[in-house]
Design a protein around this ligand. Structure first.
Ligand code: RNT
Ligand code: ZN
Length: 412
């Protein structure tokens, strides 16, 4: 019965969208192919297995103490398996270096090896998932304020070694799973207060990166993630947008755009068409900034909707690696995953359903009222398919029918 209703409603939606030149079957097919890289760290508030109850440092913070934080590798996997049953699509898993299968031993970051991640690779195979990887600069006695940009050669070397090893692990994941692993490099390096050594730190950082990327790994897609500021590191971030974007362009690697890492009125969406003209691919960290926090659970807001639109309208889906990055310890963690995954999928579905051919015709013809009106209409049309109660569906249908028709719009 319920299925029949869904079929009926879908048939209506298909007709409505067809009137706007949108093929809903094609949109759903495209949506199915969008594989998100699920971040393992929402399961345990970015704890990892070195010391699950240790302090989270490096300018990031997970707040809340909702029960159910995963404490073991088995619990992280069980949570992820549960998440998989609650969302559509076939997704990847993004691991941080602190999530290795260390068997209770203390393996320092400059000692990690592919062997510590073999059980993850096996698990991924068994669960039909591909893997991505992240080096971990935070929550370590040598983290401090500076890692790869540290003037102390020994500290720098430690983190260079860690990062090279992380990329080697990503390479092994990519090789065994038959799909290149994205390796994301984010370090918190920065300064709480005014620094007089910006050039020095950035010079050191560039040298460290050059050493790291001198190693070639064929099964890795490298990405470098910029940030505006971290908590306790508010005045200066070594890895700013300009720094990493320039580095990515110069070296033919990816820039990671985290939607929580820019000025509040700056739109990540607008960066897609610029960055993709100069780099091979993009890595995204889909997140939600709120005040000082860059990592609230993703919801279907304008920022995510326009980001998805820009990617779809630029025909760039094959060149964008969509990772999630948020952590909320104050609500059910599996629920947090599912909300963020579904919100991201909804944003892409909405983008795939937008009447872009008609919108472009209007724009070509200079019909800007019509363009804006149709953009607005498309929002309601989308609402009609999402809406679950029959009353709201009926209201939306009325709004749709009584709104300016496309012929009225054509009258200009
Ligand atoms: C921090 C960055 C980074 C981390 C993860 C845990 O601001 O967004 O991507 O969130 O690596
Ligand atoms: Zn991020």
């Amino acid at each position: 019965m319920k299925e029949k209703l869904i079929e009926q409603h879908y048939a209506t939606a298909r007709e409505r969208y067809a009137e706007l030149g949108v093929d809903t079957d094609k949109a759903l097919e495209a949506l199915k192919k969008i594989s998100l890289s699920l971040h393992c760290w929402q399961t345990d508030d970015v704890g990892g297995f070195e010391n699950p109850d240790g302090e989270l440092t490096g300018g990031i913070q997970a707040t809340g103490n909702y029960p159910g934080k995963a404490r073991t590798i088995e619990q992280v996997r069980a949570d992820l398996e549960k998440v998989k049953t609650l969302v559509g699509g076939n997704h990847r898993l993004s691991l941080h270096a602190i999530y290795g299968d260390f068997g209770g031993r203390h393996i320092d970051r400059d000692q990690i090896e592919p062997a510590h991640f073999q059980s993850w690779i096996d698990w991924a195979k068994a669960n039909d998932m591909k893997l991505d990887f992240n080096s971990t600069s935070f929550s370590h006695p040598k983290s401090g304020d500076l890692t790869l940009a540290n003037p102390d050669r020994a500290i720098r070397d430690f983190w260079i070694e860690h990062t090279v090893r992380s990329r080697a692990i990503a390479d092994e994941m990519g090789r065994q799973l038959g799909s290149p692993a994205c390796h994301n490099l984010w370090v918190h390096d920065g300064s709480k207060d005014i620094t007089v050594e910006r050039m020095r730190y950035r010079t050191l950082m560039k040298q460290s990166l050059d050493e790291i990327f001198a190693h070639k790994y064929p099964n890795v897609k490298d990405a470098v993630e910029c940030k505006l500021f971290g908590m306790g590191l508010e005045s200066f971030t070594v890895g700013s947008l300009e720094f990493y974007l320039a580095y990515a362009v110069q070296n033919g690697i990816m820039a990671t755009l985290d939607t929580g890492h820019f000025h509040p009125t700056e739109e990540t969406a607008d960066k897609i068409s610029s960055v993709l003209l100069f780099t091979p691919e993009i890595m995204l960290h889909v997140s939600r900034p709120v005040r000082w926090d860059s990592d609230h659970v993703v919801i279907l807001n304008d920022s995510i909707l326009s980001l998805a639109q820009e990617i779809v309208w630029a025909d760039a889906l094959p060149r964008v690696n969509i990772g999630l990055d948020y952590f909320d310890a104050s609500i059910n963690r599996i629920g947090a995953y599912v909300i963020g995954i579904r919100a991201t999928q909804k944003a892409f579905l909405a983008a795939l359903l937008s009447p872009i051919a008609q919108l472009r015709r209007y724009e070509d013809e200079g019909k800007y009222f019509q363009r804006l009106a149709l953009l607005e209409e498309a929002k309601l049309c989308r609402g009609a398919t999402y809406s679950t109660t029959s009353a709201s569906r009926a209201a939306l249908r009325r709004a749709w029918i009584s709104s300016p028709t496309s012929s009225a719009m054509n009258a200009g």
